[in-house]
Design a protein. Structure first.
Lengths: 762, 669
């Protein structure tokens, strides 16, 4: 094998790497064999053959011998030709293959003479002569290459480059001293620019929405399913794709297919964003499909909850569908599969086929009529649960034989009632529902890659339209659990209050905690569509939350641990109003009013009896400014209580002037509202509470017992009458959101995130 | 009582009260009986919850099963009925069916957990029958098949039908029939003739033949007539109450021109019956005028209107024409030995009006471009109940007809014998009738019996040399002629009297036409070939009729009359010691199972196959077992009475088969 790879001119290192990829090695070896004796296998040919092996999608390998021959005979002798040839093959997969057209399209055997190149280069340089003469060697010759290629499509790029250099040299003469200096100058300029450019990119990235991002994704165009890697082309593909296009009008169709058996969590947010976002980015439609094939688990509240969360994220399904809508069709198709000898009734017990490498079914080869009758019997209740299943005669990538398509369950389904006692499995249902809905892009997480071949197999076995499955990496979150069962356990054990407890990462919890939907969507956009499974630290999500809240939430002053302060020289008669900007630095956001009076509360940590170097706030000898109100206070007396602790402060105040500018301003409240504030920490102590190597006792033993801290706080009057989920920034603490537990008399605030990342504990 | 004691008692009482309250609340929850109710009360008893869930599932399953049973019409298959052997004193036993019933019960009692086991019983080389159910059952139960076979065997209830059983191979149960029972059955066969197996009698309405008035019967009508007649005979034999209906096409616009033509040619037809000898020619004449003569055409249309308004004079003319036509049909039926009750479309006129009204009232009709159509589930094309001009169609009359047959004739099984081209129509018709509620599939059975096209030897549609449809009369005439030639070729004319020869000629001619039709899978097209059907070798009527006469002649040449054979049988039960005797007896006794199977799908060719099998097995027997021994001079030395009884039984079975196929037998040919 290695010898064959070497004959392609690969370096030893490259050979080693390639050998690790078994399927590629097989293809390349095959290519080498085919190329044998057709022409000289020099480095350039070898290189092209290697590229052919890596670039030609599997389903077009019927054309491999043809392409190998063209390359080996050096009729396709450059990368551009090869790319064109591969494109032609893809475009003509299901049409007549006309050799003449093919050769024309990829320039097979076309040789561009030196004269032609000279002429073309001369023509292009003439066009830009003035600029070149002015900029001399500073002139970027790169674009010229492209222009020459536009004239001479199959010109060898190396030769073109040489010719351009030559003609430039002829035009400008040898480089003078100044020509040599210039590049250095250029370099420094570049350096200066770099940070700026990077910054621009950074801000761009910040504001990149899901839709913008998904516009840049390169999936196949509707109807071009066959061009994607691994798609299986049958004799019906062409017709089915045409019919498909007729039905969809060429529109992109995606779907978000949750099982309605639990609550959506942050991982689903990614799926929702990708599916709905991709449809939106391409003026397509996205279905919300409840994958309700399993009758045991479905509850009405889950249906409602899922729909609410999709809508909360700002998406509107084109149509809400249910897998169970198709039960009759799926059943009829199952019968068709049996008749085609592609499915059979099996009596292996669930425990027999569980685990790795189970024994093959002894019923695999039973006669068709027998399976037909037995399947009918399954449907009619003649078998008990577990006594019979319908299995598909196919193999999954992971080597699992004959996945189950139907199993018996004597349980009513919430939508079909007692009609059925056989229910289809995910493997069987999913792709066929995609097909029925004419989904163009079946987007799913990476785990399902192993099911892709059975997905295609099943659609093709039934001669129905076959969508394309694209996989992306699943999103997992550190410091949390998302499984329905585990959350239920947390609730029943009293560690959290309910499904939407703000410490959880269910979508309803995040909403309750005050995460704006926009932030979640932006966060998903930053994740991209890579195939790798990613585990995200909550900080990354919280950063997105801050970015949004910083520019949207109104400021308020709150004191969580109050210290009473009496202004002995209070200058006004009774309370006065102080105008405060809603969002500092953004005048258009307006203002609100807070009350200033002789009795104010400040945060107790903002006063320190003993001076300390670096402490800039109030001490007996150091005055401090009261934010927004224009006064400085100075301690007059520390009044103690019976226990000797500080009861309150008596202070004097003075207008702030340029002369007495204090070292710091602190927040304060006067005639405040008493509110409940809930501060949260991470629910688990470890990053991966489910990892037994880190948390051997199981996730329940990893609970952070201080994850909830309820305080009674004083907040300025501007929050009065705030609506549930209305968000504020409590200056110097963080962002807070009104909890649904609030009553008009008692507002409850959840701490959404702190002001800064490292201030995890507020 | 000290203070301390009192307090202790008090505490105990409080505890007991708490316990009592808890129990009362558990009990309350138990009464409501759902697992959810228990759970909400915090009463989770695993066993109870499991049982409740199990119970819920079983209820669910019962519901599904019940629904299925209802869909299937709640009928259990005939093989499930086991009768006591006493019941077979006077009638033939469906041995296979009985064995299936016996083994089905055995399996049920051995393995009650087995769901729908397949009771597979077939003829055996090593025994009489063998039951193969153990293999499949063992697989599904994950048990050793031999063990399963043994357990089944041990669970077979004693039945006089079975002499003994043993286990062989991987788990086959071999069944040896009780010889006494078989001997008794064969004896009965001779003494009482072939009797039907046990059946529940039904009212069966069979619609077949059904040609159009004023047109000739052609070869297509032959198939419907032959198949329908045979089914009718089978049903009658099984004890059903059969109504054979000839659904004549006697109503339609063609009568306008026929009556108009009649008025011109025989103006006083009302008083003296018109001497029309050839209705076909008469039809052609009127058709020619209709196409060319505009005033005549107008009169023809007027005649239709008057006929439909029941104008007496026009009705008279219509009746005359029908009469002439029916007479012609009767001749054909007589030749073929077919009996039918004529009931044309005209019979349903008023019923059609009623049905349109009632369908409309029931909201079953939909407007479709002026037509009124009816849709039903499972049928792609609707029935057209009323045409856009207000007229009725075949669909209308067929609906009226079905209703009449069910409600007035009290039919429990409606059978329609037509060509396969009408399958879609009947599917729709049955679906619509079901939808309206004319019948419920669990109480009334409806069957369309479709058949394929008759092909010529060129594998194309059967036609005359000039390309016309073959008239049935001509075909039968040719049959007679070909039969006669064949018999003369074999010099039968020299061996038989004139009368015997004619009888043989007719039996062979009509018999071979019918047999050729019936011995093929009716759903397929079949090639009509006189040469093949008159072949005296192979599975043809000619051969089988001849074989029968040979069997009949055995006793005759021995000088023993039929009556004497019967009395021989009466003396003692027939002995079946020789292997071939036993095989013949067993073959003869298969007839009831064959007939019952035919009632499942109404395919008749298995009966022909069986008939041929009987004749082959008889030949085997006759080659191995002397019935009459003669010395070298040809003098009879010994007559084996026992074997003559077997010959008689064979003849009886073959005769019955021929009868059921509608074929006349002859004693000599």
């Amino acid at each position: 094998m290695a010898e064959k790879l070497k004959s392609l001119g690969l370096s030893d290192q490259k050979v080693k790497e390639t050998l690790k990829n078994e399927s590629l090695t097989v293809i390349l070896a095959d290519i080498v064999d085919q190329a044998q004796g057709k022409g000289e296998l020099n480095k350039s040919v070898g290189n092209l053959l290697y590229n052919l092996g890596t670039k030609l999608p599997r389903q077009f390998h019927t054309r491999l011998p043809l392409l190998v021959e063209y390359v080996a005979r050096a009729q396709i002798n450059q990368e551009a030709k090869l790319t064109a040839a591969i494109k032609f093959v893809q475009d003509h997969a299901m049409k007549e293959f006309n050799t003449a057209e093919f050769e024309k399209a990829c320039g097979a055997g076309v040789e561009v003479s030196q004269d032609e190149i000279e002429a073309a280069v001369a023509q292009v340089i003439k066009k830009h002569k003035e600029v070149i003469l002015k900029q001399r060697y500073q002139y970027n010759t790169g674009p010229l290459m492209g222009q020459v290629r536009a004239i001479l499509q199959w010109a060898d790029s190396r030769k073109v480059k040489e010719e351009i250099d030559l003609q430039i040299l002829t035009l400008l003469g040898p480089k003078k001293e100044e020509d040599l200096v210039k590049p250095v100058k250029k370099k420094t300029e570049k350096k200066e620019n770099k940070p700026e450019v990077a910054q621009v990119q950074h801000t761009e990235k910040q504001s990149l929405t899901m839709t913008d991002f998904l516009k840049t994704v390169h999936f196949h165009a509707p109807g071009q399913n066959h061009k994607t890697e691994g798609y299986v082309i049958t004799e019906n593909t062409s017709r089915l794709l045409q019919e498909h296009l007729k039905i969809t009008g060429g529109q992109v169709r995606t779907r978000f297919p949750p099982e309605p058996n639990g609550i959506l969590h942050i991982g689903h947010a990614k799926a929702i964003n990708i599916n709905f976002g991709y449809a939106a980015a391409n003026n397509g439609m996205c279905f919300l499909r409840y994958d309700d094939t399993n009758p045991e688990k479905e509850e009405e509240k889950f249906f409602v909850g899922i729909k609410n969360m999709v809508e909360w994220l700002g998406y509107k399904p084109h149509q809400i569908t249910h897998s169970s809508d198709n039960f009759q069709q799926l059943y009829e198709w199952a019968v068709t599969l049996i008749k085609k000898d592609l499915a059979y009734v099996c009596h292996q017990r669930p425990e027999e086929v569980r685990g790795h490498d189970p024994p093959p079914s002894p019923w695999r080869e039973r006669p068709i009529h027998e399976s037909l009758q037995l399947f009918e019997d399954m449907k009619n209740g003649k078998f008990d649960e577990g006594e019979a299943t319908l299995r598909l005669k196919t193999m999954l990538e992971e080597g699992k034989m004959d996945p189950v398509a139907y199993r018996i369950k004597f349980i009513a389904h919430h939508r079909t009632g007692d009609t059925w006692c056989i229910y289809p499995t995910y493997d069987y249902t999913h792709c066929l529902c995609d097909s029925i809905e004419h989904i163009t892009h079946s987007l799913c997480t990476k785990e399902f890659q192993a099911r892709r071949s059975s997905y295609y197999w099943l659609c093709n076995a039934l001669d129905v339209y076959c969508p394309v499955q694209w996989e992306y990496g699943r999103l997992n979150m550190h410091y949390t659990v998302v499984s329905k069962r585990k959350i239920a356990k947390l609730i029943s054990e009293g560690f959290v209050r309910d499904w939407d407890d703000p410490r959880l990462f269910t979508l309803s919890a995040l909403r309750r905690r005050g995460f704006p939907q926009e932030a979640i969507n932006n966060f998903c956009a930053t994740l991209g569509l890579t195939g790798a499974q990613i585990i995200i630290h909550p900080d990354a999500l919280e950063a997105c939350v801050r970015d949004v809240l910083n520019v949207t939430s109104h400021r308020a002053m709150a004191v969580l641990n109050p210290l009473r302060v009496i202004i002995t020289n209070y200058p006004n008669k009774g309370p006065t109003n102080v105008t405060v900007p809603n969002i500092p630095g953004n005048d258009s956001a307006g203002t609100h009013t807070v009350i200033f009076d002789e009795e104010v509360w400040i945060e107790s940590s903002d006063f320190q009896e003993v001076e300390e170097k670096g402490y800039r706030r109030l001490t007996p000898s150091q005055s401090v400014g009261l934010r927004h109100c224009g006064y400085i206070i100075q301690v007059q007396e520390v009044v103690r209580n019976a226990q000797g602790g500080i009861d309150h402060l008596k202070v004097t105040c003075h207008k702030t002037t340029d002369a007495n500018k204090p070292k710091a301003f602190i927040q304060w409240v006067s005639k405040p509202l008493k509110c409940e504030v809930r501060l949260y920490e991470r629910l688990f102590n470890h990053k991966s509470p489910e990892d037994p190597s880190v948390v051997p006792g199981g996730f329940l033993t990893d609970i952070n017992t201080n994850s909830l801290n309820v305080l009674s706080a004083l907040v300025d009057v501007s929050v009065k009458g705030a609506q549930v989920l209305q968000k504020f920034q409590f200056e110097r603490f963080g962002y807070f959101s009104v909890d649904p537990d609030s009553t008009p008399d008692n507002l409850v605030f959840n701490c959404t995130v702190g002001l800064k990342e490292d201030k995890g504990k507020v | 009582m000290s203070e301390a004691e009192l307090r202790q008692h008090h505490l105990r009482v409080v505890k007991m009260e708490e316990e009592a309250e808890r129990l009362a609340s558990s009990l309350g929850a138990l009464m409501t009986g759902t697992a959810e109710a228990l759970e909400t009360k915090g009463l989770v008893d695993k066993e109870l919850t499991d049982l409740l869930n199990e119970n819920k599932k079983l209820k669910y399953r019962t519901n599904i099963l019940k629904r299925r049973v209802a869909q299937m019409g709640g009928k259990s298959s005939s093989s499930d009925t086991i009768l006591s052997p006493d019941s077979f004193k006077d009638q033939m036993c469906n041995i296979l069916g009985q064995l299936e019933g016996i083994f089905s019960r055995a399996i049920q009692s051995a393995y009650p957990e087995a769901t729908s086991p397949v009771v597979q019983i077939q003829l055996s080389k090593h025994a009489d029958y063998q039951c193969n159910a153990a293999m499949a059952l063992a697989k599904s139960l994950k048990k050793n098949p031999r063990e399963v076979g043994e357990k089944i065997l041990n669970n077979v209830a004693t039945n006089p039908l079975i002499a003994k059983m043993d286990l062989s191979g991987p788990g086959f149960v071999n069944v040896f029939l009780n010889q006494d029972f078989i001997r008794q059955q064969v004896t009965n066969l001779v003494m009482k003739g072939v009797t039907p197996p046990p059946t529940t009698p039904m009212r069966v309405v069979i619609d077949f033949s059904s040609p159009n008035i004023a047109k000739e019967m052609h070869v297509g009508h032959l198939r419907s007539t032959v198949i329908g007649e045979s089914i009718a005979r089978l049903m009658e034999f099984l004890g059903h109450n059969v109504l054979r209906l000839n659904h004549l096409g006697d109503w339609g616009t063609q009568f306008g021109m026929l009556i108009a033509h009649l008025q011109d040619k025989f103006p006083n037809f009302a008083t003296s019956p018109p001497p029309i000898s050839d209705l076909q020619t008469f039809y052609k004449e009127s058709k020619a005028r209709f196409d060319e003569d505009e005033p005549f055409k107008k009169r023809a249309y007027e005649a239709v209107v008057k006929l439909q308004a029941h104008d007496p004079k026009h009705i008279k003319g219509w009746e005359e024409i029908c009469e002439i036509s029916k007479k012609e049909f009767k001749k054909v039926y007589k030749r073929l030995g077919v009996v039918l009750v004529d009931r044309g479309e005209s019979f349903y006129q008023s019923r059609m009006e009623d049905i349109v009204k009632s369908l409309g009232a029931a909201g079953m009709l939909e407007e479709d471009e002026g037509r009124k159509v009816m849709f039903a589930e499972g049928a792609d094309i609707p029935l057209t109940i009323v045409k856009s001009d207000g007229g009725f169609t075949y669909d209308t009359s067929d609906m009226a007809c079905m209703k009449q047959r069910i409600e007035e004739e009290l039919g429990q099984w409606l059978i329609y014998v037509t060509d396969a081209g009408q399958s879609q129509h009947f599917k729709t018709l049955f679906a619509c009738a079901k939808k309206v509620g004319f019948y419920a599939p669990d109480r009334i059975r409806v069957s369309h019996v479709p058949f394929g096209v008759v092909l010529g030897e060129d594998k194309k549609r059967f036609k005359t040399r000039s390309g016309e449809t073959v008239r049935l009369v001509d075909l039968l005439d040719e049959g007679l002629q070909r039969s006669e030639e064949k018999l003369r070729e074999k010099e039968r004319d020299k061996a038989l009297t004139q009368e015997e020869f004619t009888r043989a000629r007719d039996a062979v001619a009509y018999g071979c036409v019918k047999y050729a039709d019936l011995s093929h899978d009716r759903a397929r097209d079949y090639v009509f070939s006189f040469d093949r059907m008159l072949d005296f070798r192979g599975n043809t009527a000619a051969y089988l009729l001849y074989a029968l006469t040979r069997i009949r002649s055995i006793a005759r040449t021995a000088g023993v009359s039929s009556e004497e054979v019967v009395s021989m049988a009466q003396k003692g039960t027939v002995e079946l010691d020789h292997e071939k005797e036993w095989k013949l007896a067993r073959t003869l006794l298969k007839l009831p199972d064959v007939l019952i199977r035919i009632t499942d799908d109404l395919y008749l060719h298995p009966l022909c196959e069986y008939l041929y099998e009987v004749s082959s097995v008889f030949t085997e027997f006759y080659d191995n077992c002397y019935c009459v021994e003669k010395d070298s001079s040809g003098k009879i030395v010994k007559i084996n009475n026992n074997r003559l009884v077997l010959c008689e039984a064979t003849a009886a079975v073959m005769e019955k088969c021929f009868f059921l196929l509608g074929i006349n037998t002859v004693s000599k040919m």
